[in-house]
Design a binder for this molecule. Structure first.
Ligand code: NDP
Ligand code: GO6
Length: 321
């Protein structure tokens, strides 16, 4: 029903999701179907015997998505896929933790340029705004540098774009009260970064996906950056901890770590964790998510799309009770 209503509003677009079986990508596919867009999802032959990915793709198909065979080792297959749609949303993997995506994304940009028909491209960003990270510490810098390489390729090819800065995914940063190397709330002690009063921004991944799809098809976001800053989710780490303490009825022991000690401890971590720690440092000590105003050439998602009833961290954390 909802899908039909949206179609009647006449905003129907053909949307291709690349990386559609990934952590964020699957949510983008669902959000696109919910918006009533004709939703295309890349099906890579390389998934081979990955039955979970295949089953997910088939469930998308059952919900009305169109599966498009394409491979990053066959640029023509990407061009053919891109030619079938108006909008391309990339949700390819980030650099650390999983697999290296910069070369893949550059191939995608090349295919979009060759196809010449795309009205909007969203590269896989969805985090810290890489254009503001010129002074980031060495650990984790790659993430930003590589995303800037992709931006440059997009802009040089004159491809219409939207960049989405989604801030902290709740699953990686809120569920754990912003603790590293765990994804669930701590039960006794919590590490507090510095004084714990630096403002950060958390967002539920399903909400992020909805904002992404809306931004991808909205004329107001053409060639702009969209920041996802839901007002109630702009919180300090201490405020987040307080929300959990109130919900759980238990007070946690707070152990404060200074910037100096945090940096010193990074050196003992493996490479992926070092990158993660570098990101935590920029977010929780340097305040990179909130130390600027959204100015000219940018928009804020919850203002643009007030119809999205975003999840507050109070509601988000209830699942862990
Ligand atoms: P995933 O690691 O889940 O990967 C997404 C997709 O990338 C996969 O499903 C796959 O597509 C594709 N992919 C991975 N490796 C290859 C390969 N070798 N060849 C072809 N395709 C490949 O990504 P995430 O959802 O975790 O990340 C998406 C974006 O979100 C990234 O830009 C990341 O930086 C950002 N992010 C931001 C966070 C935040 O807190 N702000 C947290 C986590 C990520 P297929 O579906 O075709 O198999
Ligand atoms: C998420 C993480 C969580 C790392 C971004 C190590 C790009 C971004 C907010 O993949 O490294 O424990 O902006 O021990 O622009 C990872 C990365 C978070 C998850 C950050 C990310 C955030 C990527 C960890 C950990 C929970």
């Amino acid at each position: 029903m909802r899908i039909k209503e949206n179609r009647k509003r006449g905003k129907k677009m053909r949307v291709l999701v690349v990386g559609g079986t990934g952590y964020l990508g699957k949510r983008i596919v669902k959000a696109s179907l919910l918006e009533g867009h004709e939703t295309y999802v890349v099906q890579r032959p390389e998934i081979g015997l990955d039955i979970e990915k295949l089953q997910l793709l088939l469930s998308f198909k059952r919900q009305g998505a169109i599966l498009v065979p394409a491979s990053f080792s066959d640029i023509q297959s990407l061009v053919d896929a891109v030619k079938r749609v108006d909008v391309v949303i990339s949700a390819l993997s980030g650099v650390h933790f999983r697999s290296h995506s910069i070369l893949l994304q550059l191939k995608l940009v090349e295919a979009i340029q060759a196809a010449g028909n795309i009205k909007r491209f969203l590269p896989s960003e969805y985090g810290i705004d890489p254009s503001r990270m010129g002074n980031a510490i060495e650990q984790g810098r790659d993430t930003f540098d590589q995303k800037m390489v992709i931006r440059k390729a997009i802009e040089e090819a004159n491809i219409p774009f939207t960049y989405v800065s989604a801030n902290c995914f709740a699953g990686y940063f809120a569920a754990n009260l912003s603790q590293m190397e765990t994804l669930v709330p701590p039960t006794h002690q919590v590490t507090v970064y510095g004084d714990g009063n630096v403002k950060v921004i958390y967002a539920d991944e399903d909400d992020i996906a909805r904002y992404v799809v809306k931004a991808a098809t909205d004329p107001r976001t053409l060639n702009k950056t969209v920041y996802i800053r839901p007002p109630q989710n702009i919180l300090s780490q201490r405020e987040l901890i307080q929300i959990w303490e109130k919900l759980s009825g238990k007070v946690l022991e707070k152990i404060s770590v200074s910037a100096q000690d945090f940096l010193a401890n990074i050196k003992d971590l493996d490479e992926a964790q070092q990158a993660g720690a570098g990101h935590f440092y920029e977010i929780f000590f340097k305040g990179c998510l909130t130390n600027f105003e959204i100015g000219e050439g940018a928009e804020e998602a919850s203002k643009l799309f007030p119809e999205v009833n975003y999840t507050t961290m109070d509601d988000y954390l209830k699942i862990f009770l």
